[in-house]
Design a protein around this ligand. Sequence first.
Ligand SMILES: [Zn+2]
Length: 323
Amino acid sequence: MSDRVAADRGLQKVVSVSVDLDPVECYWRIHALPGAPPAQARHAILRRCLPRFAELFARHGARATFFVVARDLDEDAEGRALLGQLARDGHELASHTYSHPYDLVRLPSDAIAAEIDRAHGLIGACAGAAPCGFRAPGYAVSGEVIDLLRARAYRYDSSAFPSLPYYGAKAAVMGAMRLLGRRSGSMLDTPRVLAAPRAPYRPAPGAPYEEGALDIVELPMTVTPFARLPVFGTSLVTAPGWLRRHLVGVALRAPFFNLELHGIDLADADADEIPPALVARQPDLRRPLAHKLAALEETLAAAKAAGARFARLAEVAADFAAR
Ligand SMILES: [Zn+2]
């Protein structure tokens, strides 16, 4: 039986690996660091980290989905060329907005539409095909954003992150920063996301975290059953080995594992000249690159060993919609 037939019959597990290419400047905003990152760090994610992901995925025969912050396509010709090559190699380029505003859902409608449309045009020109997938900055999506995506024929959104431990940790960090008089550039989503389904679903009108029947698919980030621990890049590269293997093992028991990574997961703080002020605030940046690479290698190998096939999110959404 071919892989395709097996998958159609729901017999084979599917793992989608996606990488959010948030530039260093995004982390600058989260931690409310003064000014802007120095020039040498500004393009580190596309120029330094992206090739490491490309090599990692090539070693495992995985085609991935890259969520592009489209302003980088405007400002970084070298990064744009790398992404164009990845698209030609069969990876998917999807939209992570134009400028990654953490408060996207609170912007006026025309500003939200402009973020989506500018990204749509730039990513389409780079990839040679219009993007059909979207991930909201900071995982916060709204009914309005979903409607704008549907009007532009997007097949899927992949923003829901229904994890109380993740949500609580984010709230705690933002609260602690406020006590210190610093205001994070990040934004806390509505707690309704915590009750979102863990498996792919069609959202309800005006309620993107509830199951409904809209003509778009929501592909939530993978969290474990019950405790809803997040199984994503940050937890995999920072957790001790036994916990990482446990999380990955649990994620691989489900038919679909939506493994979300960030470009910064494969940063080498020294070699990539990441400023010490940021390294001091991001625990993942204090892990050696070799350790992080080994953690992701082990995860992809575990997926293969569990008999999973790798699929881009656009394929998963199309298969789900055809059910
Ligand atoms: Zn992001």
